[in-house]
Design a protein around this ligand. Structure first.
Ligand code: FAD
Ligand code: FES
Length: 267
C-alpha cells in the first residue's frame, strides 16, 4: 500500500456524467477488485473516497467514476497536471485463476469498473467470458464499450428498455443460468450446477449483489461479489464499513471489498 500525491494524466468524460481518470501514481500492480482512496487536495475538507481501480499500466492507474455528489463533482473538475492524493491499492480483489471454462460476470452501472482491466489481462488466455451488464439508460449502457472484446459475449439490459432487454440484468442472468446446460454445463444428482469450470463474479448496487448471492447460494454455486459500503478510512481503523458475514461482522475495506458468496449474509 502506498500513500502518494500524484499527477493526473487525463480526466475524460466517457459518457455523460461518467469520467475515466488516469493518475500517474508511480505504481500499477494490483488485483482487479482492489480499490484506492482518493482525495483532491483542492477540496481538503472532503473525506477520501473509495474507487475501484479500473485498469493500470506504465506507472499509471485508471479510475472510472460517476459524478453523484460533491466529491465526485470536485474530481470531475480536475485536469492534467493537477495533483490528487491516492492511498492504495487496498482490500482484496477477485480470485482469477487462468484455467479454462466460462467466466460469468454480472455488473450494474459503475460496477463495470473493476472488469475493464480484468478483461484486458485475460485477453488471449483461452477463456470464454459471458458478461451481463445492467444500466439505467442508454447513456450508462454506453460504458459497455470499455469491456467489449472479441472473446466477450455481452448481454445488456436497461431499466428503461432503451438498449438491450428491458428490465434488470439479474433477471436475464438468472433466466439463462436456470436453463440446463445453457451456460453452466451439467448438474450433479442433486440438481446443482457443477462449479468445476464455472467462475461467477459480480459488482454493482446492493440489489444486484443480493440477487446474485441469493441465486448462487440456492444453486450451490460459490461466486465472488464486490460489496459497497460507506468508508471512512479505507484501511480497517474506523469500523464504518462493516457488513454481516456468516461468522460475525466483516470490514468491507479490509476483508473485502470482494467476498465469496457463501461468506456474507444480508440482514
Ligand atoms: C470499494 C468501493 C469501490 C467503489 N468504486 C467506485 C468506482 O469505481 N466508481 C464510482 O463512481 N464509485 C465507486 N464507489 C462509490 C464512490 O466511492 C462514491 O460514489 C463516492 O464516494 C461518492 O462521493 P460524493 O461526495 O461524490 O457523493 P456523496 O455526496 O457522498 O454521495 C452521493 C450519492 O452516492 C451515494 N454513495 C456515496 N458513497 C457510496 C458508497 N460507498 N456506496 C454506495 N453509495 C454511495 C450516496 O448515498 C448518495 O446518494 C465505490 C465505493 C466502494 C465502497
Ligand atoms: S473504512 Fe474504516 S474500517 Fe473500513
Amino acid at each position: 500500500m502506498q500513500d502518494v500525491r500524484a499527477e493526473i494524466n487525463f480526466n475524460r468524460e466517457v459518457q455523460r456524467g461518467y469520467f475515466l481518470m488516469g493518475i500517474s501514481t508511480g505504481w500499477d500492480e494490483y488485483t482487479p477488485g482492489q480499490f484506492v482512496m482518493l482525495r483532491p487536495p483542492k477540496g481538503a475538507g472532503l473525506l477520501r473516497m473509495p474507487f475501484s481501480i479500473a485498469d493500470s499500466g506504465n506507472g499509471e492507474i485508471q479510475i472510472l467514476y460517476k459524478v453523484c455528489g460533491d466529491g465526485t463533482h470536485a474530481l470531475s473538475k480536475l485536469g492534467p497536471l493537477d495533483i490528487i492524493e491516492v492511498l492504495g491499492p487496498l482490500g482484496k480483489g477477485f480470485t482469477l485463476h487462468q484455467e479454462k471454462g466460462n467466466l460469468i460476470i454480472i455488473a450494474g452501472g459503475i460496477g463495470i469498473a473493476p472488469f475493464v482491466g480484468m478483461l484486458r489481462r485475460i485477453e488471449g488466455k483461452a477463456r470464454d467470458v459471458i458478461f451481463y451488464y445492467g444500466a439505467k439508460d442508454a447513456n450508462a449502457a454506453g460504458l459497455h464499450r470499455l469491456v467489449s472484446r472479441d472473446f466477450v459475449r455481452l448481454f445488456i439490459a436497461t431499466e428503461d428498455g432503451s438498449v438491450g432487454q428491458k428490465g434488470l440484468i439479474t433477471d436475464v442472468f438468472i433466466k439463462d443460468l436456470a436453463r440446463p446446460n445453457k451456460l453452466a454445463g451439467p448438474r450433479d444428482p442433486n440438481g446443482n450446477y457443477s462449479c468445476k469450470d464455472l467462475t461467477v463474479f459480480a459488482c454493482g448496487p446492493e440489489g444486484l449483489i443480493r440477487s446474485v448471492v441469493d441465486f448462487l447460494n440456492s444453486k450451490g454455486i460459490v461466486g465472488e461479489v464486490s460489496c459497497e459500503a460507506y468508508m471512512g478510512c479505507g484501511v480497517g481503523l474506523c469500523n464504518s464499513c462493516t457488513i454481516a458475514g456468516k461468522d460475525g461482522y466483516l470490514k468491507v475495506c479490509e476483508d473485502g471489498p470482494v467476498f465469496k458468496t457463501d461468506e456474507i449474509r444480508f440482514l
